[in-house]
Design a protein around this ligand. Structure first.
Ligand code: SF4
Length: 317
């Protein structure tokens, strides 16, 4: 194979639709309902967050995953950092992040990210990553280095991490939890029946077990999230909620799946806000500390409030 062919083979791509899998029937992209319309507005905070990320060579999942809340979150000077590069080793059918062969891990990233947290004045930093199945520990030691760098530079800043499953790498969870994140999050993303289509390369039971182990190993708060609108039934949603509670997950976020491009899985249904509220009402009695559910809810959306509400509720007599 020539060098040019090699490069083409490794070149990151945004094509996500897993054509080789038994997928749900593709639908034409239908217009978004009114409750998903967002105002595109930028303010000085938004511009300053963008400048900080560019200057310090950092990535955010807000941009890479085309999050609809970016104007609101950046406008309020919050963002979710995405570490370990901007190229993912998996090909999830819902995700807009580039897929391919990632580059070298940036050893300066922990220091740069801590500097950004300080500049932005964050009291709660949310940090996620691409999947790095190419690394022996799945990126766990880099996560730990980032947590420690933030703690060292910004005292009192809460750190929430949203990790991949580390492909079951031995010791990965121990490495991450040894750095004492305030919140350990891992998204279950969808119901088990849709995993082959939505999350090829991931295993529902492994994800559940990661959350359960994190709790057993002393994570103060665990958190998970999933999307609606991919073809799941109400009973399947109940099943996921009950599995998450059985794994002693504290906080759950539930939002609407939005198709990032025509190459991604189609939206099967736009779930109205009232239905999100019904699901939230069904979930709370299961014993979660906090359930955030709504069309635009994402794992990191209003993340500091999820933790604040949890602290408030445990502080009550
Ligand atoms: S919801 Fe999360 S990913 Fe989306 S813009 Fe806000 S902080 Fe970024």
């Amino acid at each position: 194979m020539s060098e040019a062919e090699n490069i083409a083979k490794r070149a990151p791509t945004r094509r996500r639709f897993p054509v080789d899998l038994p997928v749900v029937a593709e639908k034409a992209r239908s217009p978004k309902p009114p409750w998903l319309k967002i105002r595109l507005r930028t303010n000085d905070h938004y511009k300053s967050v963008r400048r900080t990320m560019e200057t310090l060579n950092l990535h955010t999942v807000c941009e890479e995953a085309h999050c609809p809340n970016i104007y609101e979150c950046w406008g309020e000077k919050t963002a979710t950092f995405m570490i370990l590069g901007d190229v993912c080793t998996r090909r999830c059918g819902f995700c807009a992040v580039l897929t391919g062969t990632p580059g070298r891990v940036d050893s300066e990233e922990p220091a740069h990210l801590a500097e950004a947290v300080e500049k932005m004045g964050l009291a709660h930093a949310v940090i996620t990553s691409v999947d790095r199945d190419d690394l022996a520990d799945g990126g766990a030691s880099h996560f730990a280095a980032v947590i420690r760098a933030v703690r060292a530079r910004v005292s009192g800043c809460a750190v929430e991490i949203l990790t991949p499953d580390f492909k079951g790498a031995a010791g990965a969870l121990e490495i991450v939890l040894a750095a004492s994140p305030d919140v350990f999050a891992h998204n279950i993303e969808t119901v088990p029946r849709l995993y082959r289509t939505v999350r090829p390369g991931s295993v529902y039971r492994h994800s559940l077990s990661l959350l359960e182990q994190a709790k057993e190993m002393g994570a103060p708060l665990t958190k998970s999230g999933f999307m609606l609108g991919l073809g799941e039934s109400r009973d399947e949603i109940r099943g996921v909620l009950s599995d998450l509670r059985a794994a002693r997950v504290d906080i759950v976020t539930i939002g609407q799946y939005l198709q990032p491009s025509a190459g991604h899985l189609p939206v099967q249904r736009y779930v109205p806000p009232e239905e999100f509220e019904e699901i939230r009402s069904e979930a709370m009695p299961l014993g979660f500390h906090h359930v955030e559910a709504g069309p635009l809810v994402r794992s990191s959306y209003h993340a500091s409030r999820h933790v604040q509400q949890q602290s408030d509720s445990t502080a009550r007599p």
